[in-house]
Design a protein around this ligand. Structure first.
Ligand code: SAH
Ligand code: SF4
Ligand code: F3S
Length: 486
């Protein structure tokens, strides 16, 4: 494991090793020297800040970036007034890109105040050549740029940055590599995401992810289990298995393994009390998985099952490879087998060619499935995707009208579903002190519902029974059951 490596024993004046992860360990040791020298020059510690945009997979990547930054000697901070700031970007919708450009302006002014400051960009947005062109032209103050495929060599790139004059850019078009055994700095001590696969092969016609994350690659089951065992030893009780399409996990391994099998192995690991996963593509969700979930005491009662659209015609144009009826039948089967499960979803409104009737179909599915929550997005045109070239783009007003209609039904349905838990006592994993009231803590039920109740720091990371006392739309105010009884 990484923490068994003695960085002081690495000979940094020798040539770097060719093999990974030894090569990155060498560069970690080398960067430690650069950071130490600069810190001594300034007579203070150096601070680094990682800012994450986008999905859970990006959040996990950011933990790896932070792990390296800490290993090379930076103190981690939440503020961008730091000596090194890295933006881990997302490009799934245009507003994600705009936010990054907006904040880069701020970095420029911070850099003027602190001449030692360095700024880096990585993540999905950097896999788009037009973005790199724009940054080279208009944001010349950025020191380091890399993409999603070579994130494992962050330590090496940092060393290059320290040694270079001017911007270091390294973007790979694709990769089949998975490098294990690098440091990670977790955001929460008691829960963690774990990548089980990278990339996506589905090519939904609106989606840029397959272009910026590359082809689907699964990690070896043993590597995943080893990582989870180490996390459990380190106090982690809840894990979330991450992939763009976890239901197709393991299909392309030399010795194929199913996702259901993987999750059964994870379940055997002592110390792990809750298992979540994200995301499930409806076309690949197996009966085997439904049965494993049904009989499991650790797999959470929550399934995120992106619908995208309820119209079979639009689903076909989206290349989702299921019909409205197939989706409904699947949701029905899941609810029958696991009655207390909560189902959440993603919906896109305004896909090219979408009519009022198509939106009606989506609303019909929302009502029939009864989602506990749904993320509703306005379609965003992504350059290079098939949908961007479709001629029948929907007018803004019609999109807005459809979006508002969908949102209303989503909210009504979710409120109704969540309120059905009223009066029950359920286990909550306490995640943090409540942001508004420090006398309260915030916990999460197995079905992903949030509950706030009186408590203190000592409860964080523990699972406690909570009486669901007041329903406030999408969340509860509760009371600890043991206290309630007294
Ligand atoms: N792999 C996951 C989703 C990853 S992206 C899955 O297939 O479910 C997360 C969500 O962003 C998608 O489910 C979709 O609803 C939304 N999304 C993706 N591309 C989009 C686009 N071009 N415009 C609007 N929403 C989009
Ligand atoms: Fe995008 Fe579809 Fe892959 Fe999800 S399954 S990441 S929506 S292409
Ligand atoms: Fe965004 Fe990349 Fe995730 S585009 S949604 S950060 S895979």
């Amino acid at each position: 494991m990484y923490n068994e490596i003695d960085l002081d024993k690495i000979e940094i004046n020798a040539e770097p090793p060719e093999e990974e992860p030894a090569r990155q360990h060498y560069f970690i040791a080398k960067c430690r020297k650069y950071v130490k020298e600069e810190s001594e020059r300034l007579g203070r510690p150096l601070y680094a800040c990682t800012v994450t945009f986008g999905c859970q997979m990006n959040a996990r990547d950011s933990e790896k970036l932070s792990g390296i930054l800490e290993a090379v000697g930076y103190e981690l901070t939440e503020t961008e007034e730091a000596d090194f700031v890295i933006y881990n970007t997302c490009t799934v919708r245009d507003n994600a890109n705009q936010r990054v450009y907006g904040r880069l302006g701020h970095i420029n002014s911070l850099k003027k105040k602190n001449p030692h400051m360095r700024a880096a960009l990585c993540g999905c947005m950097m896999q788009e050549p037009s973005v790199i062109e724009k940054i080279r032209k208009s944001y010349r103050f950025v020191d380091l740029i890399f993409g999603t495929h070579n994130i494992f060599k962050f330590a090496e790139l940092l060393a290059n940055m320290f040694e270079a004059q001017g911007m270091v850019v390294d973007i790979w078009e694709d990769t089949d590599r998975i490098v294990e055994e690098l440091p990670v700095e977790r955001k929460y001590p008691f829960k963690s995401g774990i990548n089980i696969m990278f990339g996506c092969n589905n090519f939904c016609s609106y989606c840029i992810v397959p272009y910026v994350r590359g082809r689907e690659r699964s990690r070896e089951m043993e590597d995943i289990l080893k990582e989870i065992r180490a996390l459990a030893d380190d106090g982690v009780v809840e894990i979330m298995l991450l992939g763009q399409n976890v239901n197709s996990y393991g299909k392309n391994l030399k010795e194929p393994v199913s996702f259901a099998r993987l999750i059964q192995e994870v379940e055997k690991i002592p110390g792990i009390r809750r298992i979540r996963f994200m995301t499930s593509h409806p076309k690949d969700l197996s009966d085997e998985l439904i049965q494993v979930m049904k009989h499991s005491t650790k797999i959470c009662r929550h399934l995120h099952l992106p619908l995208q659209s309820g119209s079979t015609r639009i689903l076909k144009a989206m290349n989702r490879r299921y019909t409205k009826e197939q989706y409904l039948a699947l949701a029905d089967k899941i609810r029958k087998e696991i009655p207390d499960i909560s189902i959440t979803t993603d919906i896109i409104v305004g896909f090219p060619g979408e009519t009022k009737e198509d939106v009606d179909e989506t609303i019909d599915v929302i009502k029939k499935v009864g989602y506990d929550n749904a993320f509703t997005f306005i379609y965003s045109k992504r350059t290079g995707t098939p949908a961007a070239a479709m001629e029948n783009q929907v007018e803004e007003d019609a999109v807005k009208e459809g979006f508002d209609r969908v949102l209303k039904v989503v909210q009504d349905t979710a409120r109704e579903r969540v309120s059905a838990l009223w009066g029950r006592t359920m286990d909550a994993l306490v995640e943090e002190i409540n942001e508004q009231d420090p006398e309260f803590v915030t916990g999460r039920l197995s079905n992903n519902t949030i509950v706030h109740f009186k408590g203190d720091q000592s409860l964080i990371g523990t699972i406690v029974p909570v009486y669901l006392k007041e329903c406030h739309g999408f969340y509860y105010i509760g009371e600890r059951e043991d206290k309630w009884k007294n």
